[in-house]
Design a protein around this ligand. Structure first.
Ligand SMILES: [Zn+2]
Length: 505
């Protein structure tokens, strides 16, 4: 197993502020990055912004500013959102960064030298809002299948990437790496399209100028998608920084929305194969959120911004909900009713209540001091808690955030049931202090392990649990932290406020 981990989000297009859809991908990547860091892996988490293209040039002109000024303004907003959501990205790549433009040019030049770029004429359809080439057969009622707008007709001299030459190689890569694209339904969908045949793609534009100049022909700029996809290696310093590239690239996991799988799962791996590089380790396509059952749309008023949710309900509550509510890969619906339901049941009733009632008993029966463990108490819980990390590992291997959280909540609910079954108040009445202490120790130690299990998703709440357990400074790697028995008898607990106050529906 490698000691490195590399996770990326798509770079976000600088044409609008981020709503919960964009925040979702970045939150998921953040959880993976935090998790892998806690496992002791050298982790690189990349996000960024996609700033070139005709649409940005047009939008900037309408506002009377330069495209770069427009991009700067939107990028500042992106960074603010990421900071607000406590996203721990290690780098933020902009496609206008000189380091990125240099990589794009080096990559393009390499493909020219290999004979995989040639000059031709593109006459056909193009959707400017989506920056994608369309065929007649792609259209839905005469419109772009993605944004449902009418496409433009282009007739211009372009450079083409000889993607058809990589059809067999990419098909083989899919067949030899069954987990290359997940979920499996997406993989099968892409693979069957590959088997139908790949056409060459136009990779330059010459009717506007907002892009990376093409090496060898300054009348052309590099097509915005070809430019954007390269961000995943320009941030690793390719081709100059071989050490960084060799460390992280073989471990790359790309998270993408299902609308951009053709670019990521076909064009990008073919570009890499052409450049003599291996495709990323995994590409995971997640689903789309609706809001109260409706498509997210600013103009229709069905849009939710992360800040509005977080200010009202709390950051950890938002992070938990987004990853718990729907399986990663499926479509799902955001509603305030579902959010408040999760906060009140999973967070307040299950976890918050477990912490407060356990600490209340430690306070009452043991004068705020962690009691001695007892061998006979709670063997089943000890076993569950000891196996939790392996269970989470197995789920996160396939990016099943929701199921991983489910496994943690199984333990939490079992702890609550353990209290009902053991009835510590009766043990106290009977004067069985050793067993009483043993029962409470099992609960305290389970809570400590739970705090580490939820740390990547809810870092502030996890720390607050440990603060209340009297161990705010505990540190290390998960394989040690999540083994049983670290909590020392005699530790002074610090009962605090309720971890997750209930909210109104
Ligand atoms: Zn479109």
């Amino acid at each position: 197993m490698s000691d490195a981990y590399y996770v990326t989000t798509p770079i976000y297009y600088v044409n609008a502020d981020l709503h919960i859809g964009g925040a979702y991908t970045t939150l998921a990547a953040d959880v993976l990055a935090r998790y892998n860091r806690l496992k002791g892996k050298e982790t690189m988490f990349l996000t960024g912004s996609d700033e070139h293209g005709q649409k940005i040039e047009q939008a900037a002109r309408e506002q009377g500013i330069s495209p770069k000024e427009l991009a700067d303004r939107i990028v500042a907003g992106f960074k603010e959102v990421w900071e607000f959501l406590e996203i721990t990205n290690d780098d933020f790549i902009r496609t206008t960064d000189p380091r990125h433009e240099a990589t794009v040019q080096a990559f393009f030049k390499l493909l020219i030298d290999k004979g995989d770029i040639y000059k031709g004429v593109y006459s056909g359809l193009y959707c400017v809002p989506c920056e994608r080439y369309l065929k007649q057969s792609d259209l839905v009622e005469g419109n772009c299948p993605v944004c449902r707008r009418q496409p433009s007709t282009l007739d211009e001299e372009n450079y083409f990437f000889r993607m058809s030459a990589y059809q067999d190689a990419i098909r083989r890569h899919y067949e030899e790496n069954p987990d290359f694209v997940e979920p499996q339904s997406r993989r099968n969908e892409v693979l069957s399209r590959i088997r139908m045949g790949l056409e060459d793609v136009s990779v330059s534009r010459s009717t506007f100028t907002w892009g990376v100049p093409m090496p060898g022909d300054s009348k052309h700029i590099v097509w915005v998608w070809f430019d954007a996809l390269i961000n995943y290696i320009s941030a690793l310093g390719w081709p100059e920084d071989r050490e960084k590239f060799d460390t992280f690239w073989p471990q790359a996991v790309h998270l993408v929305g299902k609308d951009i799988i053709w670019f990521h799962c076909v064009i990008w791996p073919c570009m890499l194969l052409a450049a003599g590089l291996t495709p990323p380790k995994k590409i995971f396509a997640h689903g789309w959120w609706t809001i109260d059952g409706k498509k997210i749309s600013k103009s229709a008023g069905t849009v939710v911004y992360p800040r509005d949710v977080v200010e009202k309900y709390g950051l950890d509550q938002f992070r938990y909900f987004m990853l718990r509510e729907i399986p990663f890969g499926a479509d799902g619906d955001f509603s305030f009713k579902a959010l408040t339901g999760r906060i009140n049941s999973d967070l307040a009733d299950d976890l918050g209540n477990l912490l407060s009632r356990t600490l209340a008993m430690v306070s009452k029966y043991f004068n705020n001091s962690v009691p001695e463990p007892a061998d006979e108490a709670g063997a089943e819980l000890r076993e569950m808690a000891s196996g939790l990390l392996a269970a989470i590992d197995a789920e996160l291997e396939h990016l099943a955030f929701s199921r991983a959280l489910d496994r943690i909540w199984e333990l939490i609910r079992r702890c609550n049931k353990f209290i009902e079954d053991e009835k510590p108040w009766l043990l106290k009445k009977k004067g069985d202090t050793a067993k009483l202490g043993g029962v409470l120790y099992v609960l305290l130690e389970s809570l400590r392990i739970v705090s580490w299990a939820i740390e990547p998703v809810m870092p502030a709440s996890a720390l607050e649990i440990r603060r209340q357990l009297g161990i705010p400074d505990e540190k290390g790697v998960l394989s040690e932290l999540m083994t049983w028995g670290h909590l020392k008898p005699g530790t002074s607990i610090n009962r605090g406020d309720s971890l997750f106050p209930k909210v109104e529906q």
